[in-house]
Design a protein around this ligand. Sequence first.
Ligand code: SAH
Length: 252
Amino acid sequence: MKVSFIGAGPGDPKLITIKGKELIERAEVVVYAGSLVNKDILKYATTAKPEDIHDSAGLNLEEMEDIFRKAKDDGHNVARVHTGDPSIYGAINEQMQVLDRLGIDYEVIPGVSSFQAAAAALAQELTLPELCQTITLTRAPGRTPVPDKESLREIIRTTPTLVLFLSVSKLNEIVETLKEEYSDDTPVAVVYRASWPDQKIVKGTLTTIVEEMAKTDITKTALILVGEVLSKDAKASLLYDKNFSHEYRAKK
Ligand code: SAH
């Protein structure tokens, strides 16, 4: 038996990988993060009995351990379904430590992260030539602290394309900090529930975004994207330039 950590994608059940979907179909036990994973994903769970499908929101690590141990005893495969991609704020590490201790084999199936779905919702490339070639994914401190050396003030010195997870409720203070490095007219987008039917996009600049957000009731499940790339006023990529030859295309 095996535990498969599966990225469910950002919300739209069609944004799961084929591999992830097939593992959910075959698993006798499914544990999913009910707070963010779309329940429609559970329709893929055609092997697991209803009593073997668990919402992890109501479980602590010990209860999760009991489920893993029982699955091992029964020789049942477990689909452990996480939102977006499991490697980003996924809390999979502590579960893997439990599995190591129990001698249970595991694997990770990547998923489409919400930051990718947000970029798609905005039809936005996050890396534009001569403007910005670096994306920084981070968060404001919450109940989980952020190490001092990674404080927002420290990491924005190079004004990267910035994506903030788990931070929308602290937008006001974040904007004040960002203004120390980014110019006041830097574009900002907040994407709420990217890829869900009730997705919302709020656009502004560091000067206007707080006011724009005050007109909405968005307090969670949103990403803040910041950076000059969002203005789209950038040079075209060299990749399709007629004077730029590469491995797959000779210079004409
Ligand atoms: N592993 C996930 C992130 C989990 S942390 C991923 O790769 O996307 C949870 C945070 O992710 C939320 O607070 C929110 O900031 C963001 N998030 C998750 N799903 C989202 C969605 N569909 N749209 C916008 N933000 C989302």
